[in-house]
Unconditional design. Structure first.
Length: 137
């Protein structure tokens, strides 16, 4: 029993740090490239990517709280609302997104679909953790 709880907590801790690294490490470099004029992507694609990263980074608060059993930021309305927006945004982006359109023009439709699927799978643990965290009253 103890080993199962430890393994589960290690999984969530690992996924928190993977998600945080995926969201936070590239952010200053992307922002710097934008400010210095080195980012040649359409402004709509860049804006969408940065806003999406900031929005999902906010979700890391609930993810952290779930991993560490810290309910100091547990507000069910806030986190359920965040989750609904995140899921809808991710789903709609598959069909209508400047970032996805740009990726298709650069790497093709098949590669873009594979990378979009990887992105969805990467964020799935965070969405589950936020849902569970919001359940905490």
């Amino acid at each position: 029993m103890f080993e199962e709880r430890l393994a589960a907590s290690l999984f969530w801790e690992f996924m928190f740090w993977v998600t945080a690294a995926f969201l936070l490490i590239p952010f200053p470099f992307k922002l710097g490239a934008l400010v210095m004029g080195r980012d040649k992507r359409p402004i709509a694609a860049v804006t969408e990517e940065l806003v999406n990263a900031l929005f999902h980074a906010f979700g890391l608060i609930a993810f952290w709280g779930y991993v560490h059993n810290d309910n100091s930021a547990a507000n069910p309305v806030l986190w359920y609302g965040w989750l609904v927006i995140a899921i809808l945004w991710s789903f709609i982006a598959l069909f209508k997104s400047a970032k996805i359109d740009y990726a298709v023009s650069q790497i093709g439709s098949k590669a873009t679909k594979v990378l979009a699927l990887v992105g969805i799978l990467l964020f799935l643990p965070m969405y589950i953790a936020v849902f569970e965290y919001a359940w905490i009253d």
